[in-house]
Design a protein around this ligand. Structure first.
Ligand code: F3S
Length: 297
């Protein structure tokens, strides 16, 4: 029986980098805080707390601490404040997000009306907006938000996790209502690549186990994609895995995980599955040992 994981499962590059920076900081210092939870995964947050890394919401609470900025960044003014008040600042903003912030400032400096395609309430967009001076950026979440508007020069950037089709729809409308449209595609493809690999593995499996927070929207999307193809179970930890799920399975078990699922939870689940299918002696210690399903297999 094969147990395989979809390519690109689990943490994306930016989240992995942020967690590694936080863990490294915790080795060198005791008084560490992240401004807002570094990741939306309760098991990972518990683990970080055990290592002395706490999440604080309030700028007041950063005094004399080493402060880690999470992967989707924070507002420019807040960052300046943290730099002033904290013991040290470790900027774990994903480099793709930082680049988008720079584009926002640059477009404004070049005289463009900056349009951010994204969700106004998302922390990444809240931060991004602050990099466009004079509160001049307009956040657009769908084409309806452009109704009745006209522009001379617009510069468009996007929240990194949005879909390309949505950005294309917004740009199409902008072309009709503006004299000049400049688009910088700042969408990161980590999410769509993960979804694609997951769909391919689901097509080659008899059952799919999707690991990640029950409230994580990207994990729920993976579970939806799989359940449209094959019997699927969405779990948060290895404790939820049931032996009976594998009774009728003859050949292929597939695993995938959302962007906020840590490697060690995936390893736990993999080992539990091996135990239940009678291959307990093959259990592993490291994520890299899990066989990966490649599309051309
Ligand atoms: Fe992750 Fe950075 Fe992309 S945080 S989703 S790699 S923009």
């Amino acid at each position: 029986m094969n147990v395989r994981i979809a390519q690109n499962s689990g943490f994306c590059f930016g989240v992995k980098r942020a967690i590694n920076l936080a863990m490294k900081a915790a080795k060198d210092d005791e008084n560490i805080a992240t401004l807002g939870p570094i990741i939306h995964n309760p098991q990972m947050v518990d683990k970080l707390v055990k290592q002395g890394i706490r999440s604080v919401e309030d700028l007041e609470a950063v005094k004399d601490k080493v402060v880690i900025i999470r992967s989707h960044g924070i507002e420019k003014e807040k960052k300046e404040q943290v730099l002033q008040d904290s013991k040290a600042l470790i900027d774990a903003t994903c480099p793709y997000v930082s680049k988008t912030q720079q584009y926002g400032a640059q477009l404004y400096a070049e005289g463009y009306k900056v349009i951010i395609y994204g969700d106004e309430r998302h922390p990444e967009v809240v931060a991004l907006k602050s990099y466009v001076p004079d509160d001049a950026a307009l956040v657009v979440s769908c084409v309806e938000d452009l109704q009745g508007k006209t522009f001379r020069k617009v510069g468009v950037i996007s929240q990194t996790t949005r879909k390309l089709s949505g950005l294309q729809a917004v740009v199409k409308v902008l072309l009709k209502i503006s004299n000049e449209v400049r688009v910088i595609n700042t969408i990161c493809n980590a999410t769509s690549v993960r979804q694609h690999s997951t769909a391919k593995l689901a097509e080659a499996s008899d059952i799919m186990i999707v690991i990640g927070g029950k409230n994580s929207s990207n994990t729920k999307m993976l579970a939806k994609i799989c359940s449209e193809k094959i019997k699927t179970f969405h779990i948060e930890t290895s404790e939820e895995v049931c032996k009976e799920w594998f009774d009728q399975i003859e050949e292929n078990i597939g695993i995938t995980a959302g962007a906020s699922t840590p490697d060690w939870i995936i390893v736990d689940v993999y080992n539990k599955i091996l135990e239940y299918i009678g291959k307990g002696e093959d259990q592993i210690e490291d994520f890299s040992q899990i066989p990966v399903f490649k599309e051309d297999e």
